[in-house]
Design a protein around this ligand. Structure first.
Ligand code: AMP
Length: 524
């Protein structure tokens, strides 16, 4: 059997690892880096570059560089998230024919799945270069908060990259694996994951070698980029105070400021002061104007105070939902590059009343866990049972626009559950099963996953027929729904799988385009 790679497909950075000699090994990319920026750059000639090269050209060519694509995966164009996102990104977000959010680069449209596939392809290439053999299988991680559409979109990204996605696993589960807890018999863990774009807190329980994510909470709009943004705003203000020049509409200057802000933030994790130097940031009548200033760690902490305060609520929510208090926790595991910031670590210590565990490099921990899962699938590592949870309740619409949950939020997956329903009218011969995901009592306030009709119900007074509705969720979180009239045996079912947003033609087209690009070696 060939190697199965473990990929952390991150919002800002991605990382690939494999099991080698029974241990997870992070593979360096062609530029020698162990993590790769999740950025895709395009040239006017139609070439594509992934990673550091894309990040570098982002400054000169913001319109031809796509980043943060994970935020768009599985999203509709007309959603609050996409609206918010459109405001801050230099590239065009467009509405695809089916209402999904796609990106437009130099007149060409790309699905987020296709952009993600380019990043995955680079990860695949990294592993192929290392082993000198073709890699066709992967385990990919996703945030615990990812819904069905987002998980399926991730799978399709893998498919376009020529990878069979053997498993999608939740990032906190991967982190717990990478921290070596499969050897532990009993533990309650907090996985605190503050990455570039998202914040997730999960409570993972270990019982006799079984991992179970018992609760998750988080903030999809809190990550390193927000910290960069407050520093960027500060730099912009200071530049305007000094020079009278407002660079907020100058994309080129903004990109440079963004990079300088991020570098300063990272440096201040180890140094107490740093100098920010951006020559030729703007030009006015007096000639070129430069930005040069010192920033201290305490200034950075002041600027980021509100962001750091936002870490509390999700932590408390996850603990409440798990029904645990600080004294029940055995370890707090840090995941995500942002957890290197001392003020973040201090806050974690205050929230959970203990020093967090920093044993594994926070940028690599998720990919290492994915590799361990790959090793389990490939038979290189002894079986560990993994139980994930469904992050949302799943159920159907019943009369009066009410939502009837069938599988409750935080139920361990794989799982299945059944409920009996009936008709509301005499001689009703068809019922529509409307599959929903969410927590609102009102059906229409929840997310629609799919619909189907069960026909052939035998004539009977309202309330008489017994219709059994079964929900099944597999290990990847893919949902199967079936309905059966217990009287006639008539049944009907759907798999809520086609919800990645791509039609099969779009998928085929993306795969062709991707193969063609690979053949012409345009991937960096
Ligand atoms: P990740 O999504 O885990 O790759 O995390 C990426 C985020 O971590 C980015 O916002 C980085 O700027 C941030 N990051 C990486 N290294 C450091 C560091 N030493 N100090 C603070 N933030 C960092």
């Amino acid at each position: 059997m060939g190697k199965i790679i473990g990929v952390d497909l991150g919002t800002t950075n991605s990382c690939v690892a494999v099991i080698d000699g029974g241990e997870p090994l992070v593979l360096p990319n062609s530029e020698g880096s162990r993590t790769t920026p999740s950025m895709v750059g395009f040239t006017e000639e139609g070439e594509q570059f992934v990673g550091q090269q894309a990040k570098r050209q982002a400054i000169i060519n913001p319109e031809l560089t796509v980043y943060d694509i994970k935020r768009l995966l599985g999203h509709k164009y007309n959603s609050d998230q996409v609206e918010k996102y459109a405001e801050i990104l230099p590239f065009n977000i467009v509405e695809n024919t089916n209402g999904d959010a796609w990106v437009e680069v130099d007149g060409d449209r790309y699905s987020p799945q296709e952009i993600s596939s380019l990043i995955l392809r680079k990860m695949r290439q990294t592993a192929e270069d290392y082993f000198g053999e073709e890699i066709t299988e992967a385990v990919i991680t996703v945030p615990a908060y990812f819904n069905d559409a987002q998980r399926n979109a991730t799978k399709d990204a893998g498919k376009i990259a020529g990878l069979t996605v053997r498993r999608i696993i939740n990032e906190p589960t991967a982190a717990a694996l990478a921290y070596g807890y499969e050897e532990t018999d009993h533990a309650n863990l907090v996985v605190f994951d503050l990455g570039g774009g998202t914040f997730d807190v999960s409570i993972v329980q270990l019982r006799g070698g079984v991992f179970e994510v018992v609760s998750t909470a988080g903030d999809n709009h809190l990550g390193g980029e927000d910290f960069d943004r407050v520093v960027l705003d500060f730099l912009m203000e200071r530049f305007e105070e000094d020079t009278g020049i407002d660079v907020s509409d100058d994309r080129m200057a903004l990109q440079r400021l963004k990079e300088a802000a991020e570098n300063a933030k990272c440096e201040l994790s180890t140094a107490s002061e740093t100098n920010i130097n951006l020559p030729f940031l703007a030009v006015d009548d007096s000639g070129p104007r430069h930005l040069s200033l010192d920033l201290s760690r305490s200034q950075l902490n002041d600027l980021c105070y509100e962001l750091i305060e936002r870490l509390d609520i999700p932590c408390n929510d996850a603990m409440d939902e798990a029904g645990l208090s600080n004294s029940d926790i055995d370890d707090v595991l840090l995941v995500g590059g942002m957890t290197r910031m001392p003020a973040v670590q201090k806050r974690v210590e205050e929230i959970f009343d203990r020093k967090p565990h920093k044993g594994v490099n926070p940028d690599e921990v998720v990919a290492k866990g994915a590799a361990i899962q790959s090793g389990i699938l490939g038979g290189e590592i002894q079986e560990v049972i993994l139980l994930d949870i469904t992050p949302f309740s799943l159920g159907i619409r019943v009369s009066g626009d009410r939502f009837s949950p069938i599988i409750d939020k935080n139920a361990p997956v794989p799982t299945s559950a059944t409920k009996i329903f009936t008709t509301t009218e005499d001689n009703q011969d068809v019922v529509t099963v409307t599959v929903l995901q969410g927590e609102d009592d009102k059906a229409s306030a929840n997310k629609l996953l799919g619909m189907f009709n069960l026909t052939g119900i035998s004539p009977a007074p309202a309330g008489k027929p017994r219709i059994e509705v079964t929900f099944e969720i597999d290990t990847d979180g893919i949902v199967d729904v079936s309905a059966k009239d217990l009287n006639t045996g008539a049944s009907q079912s759907i798999t809520v799988e086609g919800h990645s947003g791509l039609s099969s033609e779009e998928l085929q087209r993306a795969m062709k385009r991707s193969e063609k690009a690979e053949a012409s070696k345009t991937f960096a």
